[in-house]
Design a protein around this ligand. Structure first.
Ligand code: ZN
Length: 317
């Protein structure tokens, strides 16, 4: 007799879906017929991170079938390169994204952080900045890190300094991840894999499958995969940092994805103020007084001027 069970999609190959049931067991599922889609036209009705209902009799001779997908509270998508205009949902229901930042070896530029945060803001993904490799920092570097934290923390982006090598901050980060579906992001070499191994040594063998190369932006797969770390952390490994690119962000709403501008712009004289050279703009005085960081405003101007292609050519990310 068939029975409906709740599950979580861990992996998808396009036709098969690995679903984790609430008791921790895993089933290879198919989807049946018409799954109710959201209004958006997507190439894949079911994505990693989706909460689903599975119809299965319990008989191993029968293939379990996904019959329902719960509404997503957010998702990462990639526009198809063909003309269908359909989007591919890479991962869904991300509770928090952790962006790895290193001051050197390699240096993470502030413009990169800003651009990344615009993307996660637009996708409604809460984001934390993780300052890794602080064991390498001298006093000057630690001061610089505090300056950067002073820019981002007041904007609602928690900052966690850590050293995966000597364990500083690692417990705090692990605590923060508990009970969440999370995504880690950052330049190759920012120490993502080392950190996962420090956080979850018991999962080391499995995590070996998570490749740093995913973060180099050159890869063929478009499928994400979710890893269960410890008992209550679900790490979604997404293919390619470019999936966080500024796809289709209307420049008229770009400032909405800068929280400090969002708070001020209701006071702008013109409803459609772009905060560049309009009279009685409420944002620009805050830049002049330093209440809005000059670096953040500069990134805003650059994004207003740039198109995607120019940006990649100039900045290589
Ligand atoms: Zn304005």
């Amino acid at each position: 007799m068939s029975e409906i069970r709740n599950g979580l999609v861990m992996k998808s190959t396009g036709s098969n879906y690995l679903v984790r049931l609430e008791d921790g067991s895993r089933l290879s599922c198919r989807i049946r017929g018409k799954i109710r889609l959201e209004e958006r036209d997507t190439t894949n009705p079911v994505a990693v991170g989706d909460k689903v209902q599975v119809d299965w009799s319990g008989d191993t001779q029968e293939t379990p079938v996904i019959v329902e997908v719960e509404p997503r509270h957010n998702y990462i998508e990639r526009k198809s390169v063909n003309l269908s205009k359909k989007a591919h949902i890479i991962a869904a229901n991300i509770d928090r994204c952790y962006l790895f930042v290193t001051l050197f070896a390699p240096e993470t530029h502030l413009a990169f952080i800003d651009r990344f945060l615009v993307s996660t803001e637009s996708m409604r993904i809460p984001t934390t900045l993780v300052f890794n490799k602080i064991d390498l920092y001298d006093d000057a570097a630690l001061d610089l890190m505090q300056d950067i934290i002073a820019i981002y923390e007041p904007l609602g982006y928690p900052c966690i300094p850590i050293s995966a090598i000597n364990g500083i901050g690692v417990a705090a980060l692990k605590d923060d991840m508990r009970g969440k579906q999370v995504v880690l992001a950052g330049h190759s070499g920012a120490g993502k894999s080392t950190l996962i191994n420090a956080l979850f040594p018991e999962a080391q063998a499995r995590v070996g499958e998570i490749s740093e190369s995913h973060f180099k932006g050159q890869h063929t797969t478009t499928f994400a995969e979710m890893f269960e770390l410890g008992s209550d952390v679900f790490l979604i490994d997404t293919p390619g940092i470019k999936s966080f690119g500024l796809v289709d962000i209307d420049k008229h709403v770009l400032s909405h994805y800068f929280p400090e501008m969002r708070a001020a712009m209701e006071q702008c004289k013109f409803h459609n103020c772009q905060h560049i050279n309009e009279p009685k703009c409420a944002v620009r005085p805050l830049v002049e007084s330093g209440e809005i960081a000059a670096s953040r405003y500069e990134t805003y101007l650059t994004l207003m001027e740039d198109d995607e292609e120019t940006h990649y050519r100039k900045n290589k990310f």
